[in-house]
Design a protein around this ligand. Structure first.
Ligand SMILES: [Zn+2]
Length: 219
């Protein structure tokens, strides 16, 4: 049986959003999508980019994976492996000509916490372990030792450093590097505080994350 939660949600969509957005859907179907923003976010159910940024249909091209990671561009592997995230990035940049890429990390990221805590594999396949092993150089640079220091502070440092790592990896894609150098494409980092709903945005000059000051919650 189809999940009741989805049945109810779709009914709500039919009654609410669809009538007000139907003409937009029709136009998008005829003309195709032209989103200006690519969001690379985490699969975490609490960090939905469309919800956080109040996006309508056609506004954001979104790729989500465990921990919002951008792997490096591996040209040789392109014909021998399956690179879902790289394929989505390639399509957004070279196919859709997005103007912005946002790497959206978040607090309480299970993938990063599992890496930090050196958690046991969830299954024999251990896809997560292999996927998360790409942040080992980041943790090494932070000189992070799982059994030393304050765990929560260390995990937050790692979460922010992983966003930086993904931003650097974006520039290993030739199509991104050339557009970025020509001023045709901007790269951004952001961090969502799950418990508070606060968004922190990376200052490209200092690489520090600051609370997003241009918007405040209303009472
Ligand atoms: Zn996460």
């Amino acid at each position: 049986m189809f999940p009741q939660r989805l049945t109810d949600g779709y009914q709500s969509f039919l009654n609410g959003r669809l009538p007000s957005e139907l003409s937009r859907y029709q136009a998008l179907a005829e003309r195709g999508q032209r989103p200006e923003v690519l969001i690379i976010g985490c699969s975490d159910s609490r960090v939905s980019p469309e919800v956080i940024f109040d996006a309508g249909p056609g506004e954001m091209f979104v790729v989500r994976n465990v921990a919002s990671l951008v792997p490096p561009c591996e040209i040789d592997a392109a014909t021998s492996s399956y690179h879902g995230t790289s394929a989505a990035i390639e399509f957004a940049v070279s196919g859709l000509n997005v103007k912005h890429i946002v790497v959206l990390g978040h607090a309480s990221c299970g993938g990063i916490r599992a890496f930090h805590d050196n958690a046991e594999p969830l299954s024999k396949m251990d896809f997560i372990g292999k996927w998360m092993s790409q942040i080992k150089p980041v943790a090494d640079r932070l000189k992070m030792q799982p059994d030393a220091g304050d765990r929560d502070t260390d995990i937050k440092r790692l979460e922010l450093a992983v966003i930086e790592h993904s931003l650097a990896n974006l520039l290993t894609f030739p199509s991104i590097r050339s557009r970025f150098a020509a001023g045709q494409l901007d790269l951004h980092g952001a961090y969502f505080g799950v418990a508070t709903g606060m968004l922190f945005v990376r200052d490209p000059a200092t690489r520090e994350f600051h609370p997003f000051a241009e918007a405040t919650p209303k009472d």
